[in-house]
Write a protein that binds this ligand. Structure first.
Ligand code: BGC
Length: 778
């Protein structure tokens, strides 16, 4: 089924500066209630919610739309003053963010339910993105596990801890597909690929929300930042996404669709615009695509101050206009700008349809509270004893260590430089990041504390085999100049047998508003690396980063490169597990590493064009003339301590009709000496279609543990719907014809291929990458 409307902009009478006049002229009698569009959220709401809305004053309704900041992470709950309690009593607040603590929030909730007129409970929210107190690896690292189950478990633990601390609602998962590593927020998502992103989105929603949202151990997920926040021009945060409808639907939307199907209770709109339409005011995308077409029935929250910022975008002249735009588009809750609570009263009173939009927003907020069980058991999240026992429990730490071990990606390993031998030797750990505990907590550290972190250095020291001596010199910290200690670092390194060089970016160089024009190493990190290479000792780089870095020269000079991202509270222990070969690394890149900053954005799944990139420089093709056509490290790349041989990819049938499955299987043998995981990746190409198709698209993967010497056969089962192409005006269309499938160890390391033919054309309602390929291991 085609969408039948433009994907950006408004299909309805949303006022823009040009149309404001005609809307302003409308009186309630000119817009009779029956002309308002019907709103499901009002009709499907429970009797309790409907009854409450019937009793609420206009002020109480507007109050529910108000999400106020109760503090910032550095001074949690600092704004919960006696004046603030009065606002709660008067029903002026629907939710607080940046608050926590079973007891203080319990008192606040008691005031709301016992001392406000209607006793409506409050919603308490925080950015619990990769852990609450037990901090897991940063999201891009969790994606590098290529195992949705790892992330589901991390999200479930985060939900357990944060709900024990009085929270109901997290602003995660962040599912923005991002292909430009200059964008600092790339650290917060699952990387570059819509198929991988959709799997990880679903896993997180399931982890946070569990099977029973009303349980006090689960929390409401917020899938964010709806729209195309991951595609800002030039990688500059908050910038406009000037993308095609094709990219929007095929690349950026699939994880949002997958999260919707997984039942995400809320979504957050993005700060930025798509081709001039800020998503916070995009009725076509929010009410049209998300709610009407996809059937999303949850609550929508704006991003921080984003409703007021519609004026900066230049689509609203006043706060009132901004609020009306957002409410009409389908935004329910106003995160901190206070526009919906304070500035739309007159507009709502003058327009019955807008009043209905307000009622619908209130219904969705009250329904979210109801789904969380807050009307029936408002104090269930305020058990101080449970809070004490749950946070940072040994089991949670163990899960964090396992996830961290599984997230590391071995980028290079010349002559088996890793794992390190346990024979007696001196290892110089060089680089200030080795002792930097804050950095291991990443950019959203919730209630993570540096003192909880096992630093990389401590982990190496504490887990070193008998006879191994660990020496250390900081040399340089990414933020400082480090010059003063370079000599000590050189002396320490020169006296050792080998160097573990810990370099990269600290936590403050990626994340929100942390875009960088140059993604090479910070200057003093590069200088430290040069000094270490100059010692002539074997160097293993332990990379610390929240984004892909352009480390072509450093990677060439090092014996081994282990990308550790930022690993959370168990960072050092996990590093030791991998460095001494207790476990083989098996993480894979969820986005490629470029050779130079100038090569971004680039992806393995680009369109071929008429002159596809060719290594032969005498030909005029789609490439830079000063670098090879390949990235430094490909999407899906990651080495192992073992070796794997792939057999033939076999298709169960060479022609497949609508309704039938595409069944592909491949044997993979661990031919090395160590039990290890391999991430087996399936890519698809539609070689000839009515519109050009990407060179390759990820369509399945499985992380499989294969003991040394053994073989496992992996079977992928797909639906032809996973080959659907988005066609403007028609929707998702499966075209008959040939499909090529390849299996490999990365997007470039292809080991076997086959093809099948689809015999029929079908129209589906589903973004192809959002559909999951089933896998079976035998
Ligand atoms: C970020 C969101 C976050 C919100 C609340 C905003 O600046 O864009 O991702 O959820 O702040 O902390």
């Amino acid at each position: 089924m085609g969408l039948g409307f433009a994907l950006v902009g408004s299909s309805c009478a949303t006022p823009s500066p040009q149309t404001t006049e005609s809307v302003a002229e409308a009186t309630p009698t000119e817009v009779p209630p029956e002309a308002c569009k019907p709103i499901d959220s009002l009709t499907t709401a429970s009797t309790r919610v409907k009854d409450l809305i019937a009793q609420m004053t206009l002020d109480e309704k507007l109050g529910q739309l108000n999400q106020a900041a109760g503090g910032r992470s550095k001074s949690l709950n600092s704004k919960l003053t006696p004046e603030e309690l009065e606002k709660v009593r008067r029903g002026e607040i629907g939710s607080y963010l940046h608050v926590a603590g079973a007891e203080p929030l319990g008192e606040l909730q008691r005031v709301a339910v016992e001392e406000s007129r209607l006793g409506i409970p409050l919603l308490f929210a925080m950015d619990v993105v990769h852990g609450y107190r037990t901090i897991f690896p940063v999201p891009i690292a969790m994606a590098a596990t290529w195992d949705p189950e790892d992330w589901k478990q991390a999200a479930a633990i985060s939900a357990d801890e944060s709900s024990a601390a009085g929270l109901h609602w997290t602003f995660a998962p962040m599912v923005d597909i991002a292909r430009d590593p200059r964008w600092g927020r790339i650290v917060e998502g699952a990387g570059a690929d819509p198929y991988l992103g959709a799997r990880m989105a679903k896993a997180q929603v399931e982890g946070y929300q569990g099977t029973d949202l009303s349980s006090p151990e689960t929390i409401l997920a917020t899938t964010k930042h709806f729209g195309a926040y991951g595609a800002p021009t030039g990688g500059r945060d908050y910038g406009s996404a000037d993308i095609s409808e094709q990219s929007l639907m095929e690349i950026y939307m699939p994880p949002f669709y997958a999260a919707t199907r997984a039942g995400t209770g809320s979504m957050m709109t993005a700060f930025n615009d798509i081709a001039g339409v800020p998503t916070t005011a995009n009725e076509t995308l929010i009410d049209g695509l998300l709610r009407e077409k996809w059937g999303f029935d949850g609550m929508i929250v704006s991003d921080w101050n984003a409703i007021a910022e519609l004026m900066n975008h230049g689509v609203a002249a006043t706060r009132e206009e901004a609020g009306v735009l957002a409410l009409k588009a389908g935004v329910d809750m106003d995160m901190t700008s206070n526009v919906l609570p304070a500035d739309i009263r007159n507009a709502v009173q003058a327009d019955d349809c807008l009043m209905q939009d307000l009622d619908a927003a209130v219904a969705r907020i009250l329904t979210a509270k109801e789904r969380l069980g807050l009307f029936d058991a408002p104090m269930a999240y305020h058990d101080a004893q449970r809070e004490k026992e749950t946070l940072l429990s040994p089991q949670h730490r163990q899960a964090a260590r396992k996830a961290a071990t599984r997230a590391m990606v071995l980028l290079k390993n010349k002559n088996g430089a890793l794992p390190l031998s346990s024979s007696p030797q001196t290892i110089a750990v060089i680089g200030g990041l080795a002792e930097d505990k804050m950095t291991q907590l990443g950019s959203w550290r919730a209630q993570g504390k540096p003192e909880d972190v096992v630093s990389l250095l401590d982990g190496l020291k504490q887990n070193a085999p008998e006879g191994t001596r660990i020496t250390y010199a900081a040399g340089a910290f990414p933020k400082g100049d480090g010059e003063a200690t370079l000599d000590t670092a050189i002396a320490t390194a020169s006296a050792a047998d080998r160097i573990l060089l810990v370099i990269g970016e600290d936590y403050d160089l990626s994340g929100e508003a942390r875009s960088r024009s140059d993604i090479t190493l910070p200057r003093n990190q590069a200088a430290l690396a040069e000094a270490m290479f100059a010692t002539g000792k074997p160097v293993t780089i332990i990379l610390v980063t929240g984004r892909p870095l352009a480390i072509e020269s450093e990677a060439a000079q090092a014996d081994a490169v282990l990308n550790t991202w930022m690993l959370g509270v168990e960072a050092g222990n996990a590093l030791a597990d991998v460095i001494w070969g207790k476990t083989s690394p098996a993480g894979r890149l969820p986005i490629e590493f470029p050779r130079r900053t100038g090569a971004v954005p680039h992806t393995y799944s680009e369109y071929p064009g008429g002159r596809p990139a060719d290594p032969d420089l005498t030909k005029d093709t789609n490439r830079f003339m000063d670098i090879p056509i390949t990235p430094l490290f490909q999407f899906g790349h990651g080495l192992s301590y073992s070796q794997f041989e792939y057999g033939e990819l076999n298709a169960a049938a060479s022609t497949v009709q609508t309704g039938e499955d595409i069944i592909l299987s491949i044997p993979v043998t661990n031919t090395g000496k160590m039990d290890a995981d391999e991430v087996i990746q399936l890519y698809m190409r539609d070689p000839y279609a009515s519109i050009a198709r990407p060179k390759r698209e990820l369509r399945g993967f499985q992380r499989v543990n294969i003991p040394a010497g053994e073989t496992r056969t992996l079977t992928f089962t797909l639906s032809p719907d996973q080959a659907a192409i988005y066609k403007s005006g028609q929707g998702w269309v499966v075209e008959p014809g040939k499909l090529e499938f390849v299996v490999g160890a990365s997007a470039a390391d292809i080991r076997s291929s086959t093809e099948i033919t689809l015999t029929q054309q079908t129209i589906t309602g589903t973004p192809a990458s959002a559909l999951s390929t089933r896998t079976r291991i035998e």
